[in-house]
Design a protein around this ligand. Structure first.
Ligand code: HEC
Length: 189
């Protein structure tokens, strides 16, 4: 449902606008935000960011207040989003078991020593009907590269390449339906 085929890819007409609302620069001292949205980066973003339009998660509610570094997703800056079905995500530890169709997205970017940003992969979890995959807690994990290329999907393309996702996420399967949530200081209010 989320990842449309190659022929369905659409380019953003003004990707820089989507990106400027998307890349909320971290406001801590280690960030190199000076050039983040500067002109020298726009080309790079336009080239690589069309997956933003493809998945459509940019209209979803964002549950992180700023991008933060996630050590478990390649030390990239990330933000977390959830679709309407997954609105209970906002209750964090009290969210309970998510309904089928709940989809959680985490986008990512890197900043190199010169302050140039690189768009990173998009990480997705979609709650599937019971029996979809016991090992994954019935979540479908997928990873989409900035080019739009799908790296893997649970029970789909390169399924086993996504096992490492749930091998980690399943550690909170019982208490939090596999949702790892995000550090309290980065939660949106
Ligand atoms: C080594 C552990 C680990 C691995 C491997 C891992 N994650 Fe996560 N994931 C986390 C943690 C911890 C969080 C919350 C904090 C953060 O963002 O760093 C999280 C958060 C998420 C979220 C936001 C929803 C939530 O759980 O609160 C998504 C979506 C997600 N991961 C997808 C993936 C996908 C897809 C993969 C595999 C391609 C993956 N993760 C691999 C640990 C992991």
């Amino acid at each position: 449902m989320l990842i449309t085929t190659k022929s369905g890819l659409t380019k953003l007409s003004r990707p820089e606008i989507a990106l400027s609302s998307w890349v909320r620069c971290p406001n801590n001292s280690e960030s190199r935000t000076g050039g983040l949205l500067g002109a020298q980066n726009i080309d790079n973003m336009q080239e690589r960011a069309f997956y933003l339009a493809n998945v459509g998660y940019t209209n979803w509610r964002r549950y992180s207040s700023v991008a933060y570094v996630s050590g478990t997703h390649g030390n990239r800056y990330v933000q977390n989003y959830a679709n309407d079905t997954a609105k209970a995500y906002g209750a964090f530890e009290k969210a309970g078991v998510m309904p089928v169709g709940s989809t959680l997205a985490k986008d990512s970017f890197t900043v190199n020593g010169e302050g140039r940003i690189g768009i990173g992969p998009l990480f997705l979890m979609e709650k599937m009907p019971a029996g979809f995959n016991q090992d994954s807690g019935d979540w479908k994990y997928s990873m989409v590269m900035p080019t739009g290329a799908v790296m893997g999907v649970t029970n789909g393309k390169n399924s086993s390449a996504m096992n490492f996702c749930f091998e980690c996420h399943m550690s909170v399967a019982e208490d939090q339906d596999s949702m790892m949530l995000l550090p309290e200081e980065y939660r949106s209010k």
